[in-house]
Design a protein around this ligand. Structure first.
Ligand SMILES: [Zn+2]
Length: 389
């Protein structure tokens, strides 16, 4: 196998406290040796072993590839008009999802796949090397299963979200739709998915319905994640913790009991500031969660309705500016935090044995991701040891 050393890294984020200083395991004037698809060695440039190839980082920063643990990328159409109206004063509700459902059902497999590939590539160019994505715009047995089949051809982290909203055909029979989601649709979808998810929210699914969806998925061998407490208070976060979900996502409206539950359980709180940005909604309070000892992940929620950004650096900047996170915390949450939300230990860190997913910034420090918002700082990306940009 070919070995490559990246040397003269001005500031290296390892996310391994045994390798460097602080929670980010920071190293100065560092080198990383990549062997095949894995990290083989991390240390000071002067001590780097001989390798086949070398890349001189020239004092710039390197960090783990971003782990975006929440997106919705199998869809057709867009919702420009809805966004435009919202920015002109109209509010956001869960019902807009049905617009995308109609367009997605009408699209061919090839069209859906081309869209997914386009957004995965867009994310990769911005440093995202692990990306979860969901179904949820099909809402029929056929359309949910095909969304997951298409997703599974391009990412390992695939989530069954038949319970995104009640399908239009079941508008007068939501419990009938839950029976479909937990029965025939689950049977068709489970072979293509790792995770089961539900939008537990007023206008989508209530606590009892959400519990039924998650328990059915768990019984089928899937692991749970939950869209919880985005638009208002509700049972989603505590249900996620009770059922041992890997992640409760959004967490915008939390009671003290919700925060306590997250702090005592193993469920990661995944914050998605692109949604608050794009719906002009109040920010989730990351500081409150971090101070309570909750593990926080930061992701894009990339979807055509409420957060049409694939940029993790943008979300880092929002989290620092408006959610009370320090730059170090935001970078950790977008890398190691995302990995925790996906229960992965092979990504989100740069240490011997980890997958060689690396981002080279055109900046001396990871702090610049928040310090220089909107600037395309990602100058190099390695995924599984292969330089892809
Ligand atoms: Zn979402």
């Amino acid at each position: 196998m070919t070995t490559t050393a990246i040397t003269h890294i001005g500031s290296l984020v390892t996310n391994d406290t045994s390798l460097g200083t602080g929670p980010l395991g920071l190293l100065r004037d560092a080198a990383v040796v990549v062997d095949g698809d894995r990290v083989a060695w991390v240390g000071g440039t002067s001590k780097a072993p001989a390798t086949d190839n070398a890349v001189d980082a020239g004092g710039r920063a390197v960090l783990p590839g971003f782990v975006d643990s929440h997106s919705h990328l199998v869809f057709a159409g867009d919702r420009t008009d809805e966004f435009n109206a919202r920015m002109s004063g109209r509010g956001y509700s869960a019902g807009g999802i049905r617009t995308t459902v109609a367009a997605t059902r009408a699209a061919s497999d090839a069209e859906l796949e081309a869209g997914l590939v386009r957004y995965l590539d867009e994310a990769l160019r911005q440093g995202t090397t692990t990306l979860e994505t969901k179904s949820g715009y099909g809402l029929s047995v056929h359309d949910e299963a095909r969304a997951l089949r298409i997703a599974a051809a391009h990412t390992d982290e695939v989530t069954y979200l038949g319970a995104h909203v009640v399908a239009p055909e079941y508008a007068d029979d939501p419990d009938g739709y839950v029976a479909l989601v937990t029965g025939e649709m689950l049977d068709a979808c489970a072979p293509h998915a790792r995770w089961v998810d539900v939008f537990c929210e007023k206008g989508a699914f209530d606590g009892d319905q959400s519990r039924a969806v998650l328990e059915a998925g768990l019984a089928k061998g899937l692991s749970a994640r939950v869209h919880a407490n985005q638009l208002g208070h509700g049972p989603g976060v505590r249900l996620a913790v009770e059922l041992g979900a890997a992640s409760a996502d959004h967490c915008t409206h939390l009671t003290d009991a919700d925060v306590d539950a997250l702090a005592q359980g193993s469920t990661v709180a995944t914050l998605l500031p692109g949604a608050e940005f794009s719906t002009r909604a109040p920010w989730p309070d990351a500081r409150r969660l971090l101070d309570a000892g909750v593990t926080v992940a930061l992701s894009t929620d990339c979807n055509p309705g409420s957060s049409f950004t694939s940029s993790v650096p943008f979300c880092i900047a929002l989290a620092v500016r408006d959610m009370g996170m320090t730059p170090d915390e935001a970078v950790w949450s977008a890398t190691a935090g995302g990995a925790a939300a996906l229960r992965r230990t092979d990504v989100g860190r740069i240490a011997p044995g980890a997958r060689a997913d690396l981002v080279l910034l055109d900046a001396p420090s990871h702090v610049h991701l928040a310090y220089r918002p909107g600037v395309p700082l990602v100058a190099g990306v390695w995924k599984r040891g292969v330089r892809v940009r």
